[in-house]
Design a protein around this ligand. Structure first.
Ligand code: ZN
Ligand code: ZN
Length: 216
């Protein structure tokens, strides 16, 4: 299993990077990105700290640990510049917190994120066909999530992404130990979103590709 969207104590997760990555390794995960919530006020608090430990933890526990960030509730006009700053500070996976229906994310966030240098648009809610087409054109992955609340629109995200030819990944958005689901459970969530077995396999391949790109 690969989870490219997780949170540590540097935002609202429960665990420090060492324990989160240790628990993921113990569950058999082969890669993890730590992607704490950030805006321009805290990018420089989070990223150097994740960059400092990620490779060492990965070596120690036997999995790939990537420093990343989840750009969260950024005014849409500032997303591109914030994503660029995150890259400059060493983010290997840049996630943007999309227009989930369970939070008042600013309208236009999905579009602005897809025009920026990001890897994954997380929980994009009732994403439009045009935005899914932009994701496809730019090679940005859309997210199916195992997380409660955000997962309410998984079916819509899956259908819209497939119609547009956009890539999908399955993430946990893990905040606590119990959120690191088994590969079997992640597969079931994908199937529950309406994906076929082959389409779930493709999601896992897309995650592998992102890891390869981030470590290459
Ligand atoms: Zn989020
Ligand atoms: Zn998140």
């Amino acid at each position: 299993m690969i989870d490219l969207h997780t949170h540590t104590l540097f935002s609202d997760g429960e665990l420090i990077p060492a324990e989160l990555s240790r628990r993921a390794a113990a569950r058999g995960y082969r890669a993890l990105a730590m992607t704490d919530h950030a805006d321009l006020s805290n990018l420089d608090l989070i990223l150097p700290r994740l960059v400092r430990v990620a490779a060492d933890l990965g070596r120690a526990w036997g999995l790939t640990v990537l420093p990343g960030i989840e750009l969260t509730h950024i005014p849409p006009g500032e997303i591109a510049a914030t994503a660029a700053e995150a890259r400059r500070l060493g983010a290997r996976i840049v996630v943007c917190h999309g227009e989930t229906i369970v939070e008042p994310v600013a309208p236009g966030t999905n579009r602005a994120a897809l025009e920026a240098d990001i890897d994954i648009l997380s929980h994009p809610g009732l994403i439009t066909a045009a935005d899914a087409e932009l994701a496809a054109a730019r090679g940005i992955c859309l997210e199916i999530t195992t997380r409660k609340g955000h997962s309410l629109t998984n079916g819509h995200v899956a259908r819209t992404a497939l119609a547009a030819g956009a890539k999908l990944v399955i993430n946990n958005d893990a905040h606590a130990p119990g959120d690191l689901v088994s590969l079997e459970m992640a597969r079931r969530v994908g199937l529950g979103a309406g994906l076929t077995e082959a389409q779930v396999d493709q999601c896992l391949k897309n995650s592998e590709e992102l890891v390869a790109k981030a470590t290459g």
